[in-house]
Design a protein around this ligand. Structure first.
Ligand SMILES: C[S@@+](CC[C@H](N)C(=O)[O-])C[C@H]1O[C@@H](n2cnc3c(N)ncnc32)[C@H](O)[C@@H]1O
Ligand SMILES: Nc1nc2[nH]cc(C(=O)O)c2c(=O)[nH]1
Ligand code: SF4
Ligand SMILES: [Mg+2]
Length: 222
């Protein structure tokens, strides 16, 4: 099976639970959503340039970097044909920690049922300002474990209110790690902190995309 890879690089992870740690990024082409704020729209263009790599090529590239955290992202990793086979194959190497960045609209149950400790989801719940909220697959919350992350990327005050109600409705703080991240440059992080304070949001972590602070925000490959 060949996979369409638009970029691969080593950097620090700028998002999620392993933020600040080195990771090897594998970015797949194409997505089933079109979020208003997407910072990687170029990867979803049907004419995007990609490299075809099979599972062995991807694994060998990962091993050549000597980095143990892997971030599978995109585009949308879980719409790739053969993704189950790929994560099953890579995860057989117990030295590797695989993070799958997924958009919350695609059924995660098959990958989750591999039941591997070294595969973790960072799953978005897309809010109204993304224009994609109606695409969310709420059943996914059934498969999220303690070690997984649910992330809310908020663009405005209404997104913050919805975040609070979804966290409460699905008991997310007791189920998994919960992150709130601003749509970069769209809402002041201090506004998010005020909301968290006002609503006593214990167990929720504010996250600002580190790579956009370290490098120029539109820079690719970091
Ligand atoms: C580019 S997406 C690729 C993976 C998958 N399609 C998804 O949406 O999770 C990776 C992460 O970047 C976040 N993201 C994209 N654009 C952003 C922006 N402008 N500000 C903050 N986060 C953003 C997404 O919400 C998602 O959590
Ligand atoms: N440094 C860095 N960290 C990231 N974590 C998740 C990313 C993504 O695009 O999914 C990302 C990214 O694009 N760059
Ligand atoms: S789901 Fe992810 S890759 Fe797809 S448009 Fe939204 S942020 Fe971009
Ligand atoms: Mg990114």
């Amino acid at each position: 099976m060949n996979y369409k890879i638009v970029e691969k690089f080593v950097s620090i992870n700028g998002e999620g639970d392993l933020s600040g740690q080195l990771s090897v990024f594998i970015r797949f082409a194409m997505c089933n959503l079109e979020c208003s704020y997407c910072d990687t729209l170029w990867a979803n263009d049907k004419n995007v340039k990609y490299e075809l790599m099979n599972g062995k090529d991807i694994y060998e590239y990962i091993k050549s970097t000597k980095i143990k955290n892997i971030t599978l992202t995109g585009g949308e990793p879980l719409i790739q044909e053969g993704i189950l086979e790929l994560v099953d194959f890579i995860s057989q190497d117990s030295e590797l920690n695989i993070e799958i960045e997924t958009n919350g609209s695609v059924d995660i149950s098959k990958v989750a049922s591999l039941n591997k400790n070294n595969i973790k989801f960072t799953m978005d719940y897309k809010l109204d300002s993304s224009n994609m909220r109606n695409k969310m697959n709420i059943d996914n919350f059934k498969y999220i474990r303690n070690c997984d992350t649910v992330k809310f990327v908020v663009g405005d005050c209404d997104d913050l209110s919805v975040t609070k109600s979804i966290i409460e409705e699905y008991g997310l703080v007791n189920k998994c790690k919960v992150y709130i991240s601003p749509v970069f440059g769209k809402i002041e992080p201090s506004e998010i902190v005020e909301f968290m304070k006002g609503n006593k949001m214990n167990g929720v972590t504010l996250q600002i995309q580190l790579h956009k602070i370290i490098w120029e925000p539109h820079k690719r490959g970091v």
